[in-house]
Design a protein around this ligand. Structure first.
Ligand code: NAD
Ligand code: UDP
Length: 364
């Protein structure tokens, strides 16, 4: 197969998926503006995949060269910029995995236009560039946030989409745009993957989530409390209609999610053109307190917490019905909550400051 382009490939999910694809022998190009991702993550990806070092070829472009079984090229650029996209497609791209985007719900309420611009305009520009370069295979990072505060447990793909914040609206808009594009001409192969709660890290401890500032999400926050960087975890609500009163979510290991992308790409390439829409989750729910206990037991650590008021916009329970992903691409999660806690802590404890360095970590 020709090269796969990962927009946002320097971020949390993109970097883990990049490694999975390189290990499969695929060549990968990454386009990322490093607004929330690190070139150091990709330097480590190249190292873990057994490729040569990422060397600078020209300003804003690094490559491992083609000495290994696969190669990795990194371009600093913005997915909203047609010129940057044209540079990325000049490498002969056969398929795109579109991770680039903004993802913090609270921030999206405060800065809605920024979210519409990056998430929606970015996707629009990408689709235009794909049209210019004759590339019609795309995997899009969608989100369970589309389902909003539904009462359905578990949630099938056929559940109504009722987002409740600007971030969710932008994901719904891009899903709609992709359906319209797929319907407009017959050759498109598109997967819309709705992630539930991706957490954990690569088992090497070299790659993981590196949130800037105070983490918004439970798992990275809990890891920082365990590391002593924050005094305690605030548990948002002890009065939800759940077995222990705390919110229940469907947590999946980021390496299972990476594998889901590899499978989606393989299905799109093997089957006739189609629009595929799949939930990626484990199908099991865990409460906040379940996760705290699993983390403490797995890692032999205490995680101080206190129960505080509910977070606005939260729902009680969100669990995927993942049967369609198993039926369509033979995918299901294989890693347990204990694996998530062990790998997440291996990353956090070995990298207390995250990736730390910027582009200076790359050669040249
Ligand atoms: P992330 O922030 O770690 O990665 C996103 C990457 O995109 C970053 O490297 C960032 O620098 C890059 N980026 C942002 N704007 C860009 C732009 N204009 N041009 C080029 N690059 C840009 O996020 P993630 O957790 O890896 O999420 C990846 C995708 O998955 C996002 O689209 C997100 O909405 C979606 N998603 C994430 C979650 C989650 O819990 N992490 C859940 C559901 C869906
Ligand atoms: N949560 C919490 N404390 C935190 C962050 C999150 O108790 O500091 C809870 C939150 O209310 C929800 C669960 O943990 O029940 C997962 O939240 P997260 O933000 O990680 O994911 P999402 O809400 O997007 O599913």
């Amino acid at each position: 197969m020709t090269k796969v382009l990962l927009t946002g490939g320097a971020g949390f999910i993109g970097s883990h998926t990049c490694l999975a694809l390189l290990e499969e022998g695929l060549s990968v190009g990454v386009l990322d503006d490093f607004s929330n991702g690190s070139p150091e993550a990709l330097r480590r990806v190249a190292e873990l995949a057994g490729l040569g070092a990422l060397r600078q070829e020209s300003p804003g472009r690094w490559s491992t060269g083609d000495s290994g079984p696969a190669d990795l090229t990194l371009l600093r650029g913005d997915v909203r910029c047609p010129g940057d996209l044209d540079r990325a497609f000049a490498d002969g791209i056969g398929a795109v995995l579109h991770f680039a985007g903004l993802k913090a719900v609270g921030e999206s309420v405060a800065q809605p236009l920024r979210y519409w611009d990056v998430n929606v305009t970015g996707s629009l520009r990408l689709l235009e560039a794909m049209g210019r370069h004759g590339c019609r295979t795309l995997v899009f990072s969608s989100s369970a946030t589309l389902y909003g505060s539904t009462d359905r447990v578990p949630i099938p793909e056929t559940a109504p989409l009722q987002p409740i914040n600007p971030y969710g609206y932008t994901k719904a808009a891009v899903e709609r745009m992709l359906a319209d594009v797929a319907a407009s001409s017959p050759g498109w192969r598109i997967a819309r993957l709705r992630y539930f709660n991706p957490v954990g890290a690569h088992p090497s401890g070299r790659l993981g989530e590196d949130p800037s500032g105070s983490p918004n999400n439970l798992f990275p926050y809990l890891c920082q409390v365990a590391a002593g960087r924050r005094p305690r975890l605030d548990v948002f609500g002890g009065d939800w209609p759940t077995p222990d009163g705390t919110g229940v979510r469907d947590y999946l290991h980021v390496m299972d999610l990476a594998e889901g992308h590899r499978r989606a790409l393989a299905v799109l390439e093997a089957e006739p053109p189609q629009l595929l829409t799949l939930n990626l989750g484990s199908g099991s729910g865990h409460s906040v307190l379940d996760l705290v206990r699993a983390f403490e037991t797995t890692n032999g650590l205490a995680v101080p917490f206190s129960v505080v008021g509910r977070r606005p916009g939260d729902s009680a329970v969100s669990i995927a019905d993942p049967q369609e992903a198993e039926r369509r691409m033979g995918w299901r999660t294989r890693r347990s909550l204990a694996d998530i806690c062990r790998d997440g802590w291996a990353w956090q404890s070995a990298n207390p400051g995250g990736f730390g360095e910027g582009e200076s970590s790359l050669d040249g």
